[in-house]
Design a protein around this ligand. Structure first.
Ligand SMILES: [Zn+2]
Length: 108
């Protein structure tokens, strides 16, 4: 495993990049998804909100394939099967039973 999983329990708050402190999830913006250059992906169990080319090329399936096959797709499994080396996954509770948002950052 090339990633580190970090659980976030405060699903109300903004989420900031550990490298540049940019708010990649910023609830004060109309477009609240604000990826920075360190952001690899932003996804929920229902699908991807953002994916970087760099990360997508290391995944077993493309995001389009995953979305086209959503009944048989598990977003978290797809992320963790990527061969990208050294990344962080922030796992944020969405406040709905068993639903999470996953945000990936490069490890350095
Ligand atoms: Zn950043």
């Amino acid at each position: 495993m090339a990633f580190q999983l970090i659980d976030l329990h405060d699903q109300q708050g903004n989420i900031t990049c550990p490298h540049c402190q940019h708010a990649v999830l910023d609830w004060e913006q109309e477009q609240y998804i604000q990826p920075c250059e360190h952001t690899l992906f932003m996804a929920m169990d229902l699908g991807f909100e953002y994916i970087s080319d760099e990360f997508e090329t290391t995944m077993q399936r493309s995001v389009d394939d995953i979305h086209a096959d959503d009944e048989n797709s598990n977003v978290f499994d797809e992320i963790t099967r990527a061969t990208f080396t050294d990344f962080l996954i922030y796992k944020a509770d969405l406040g709905v039973e068993g639903m999470y948002r996953y945000i990936g950052f490069s490890g350095k």
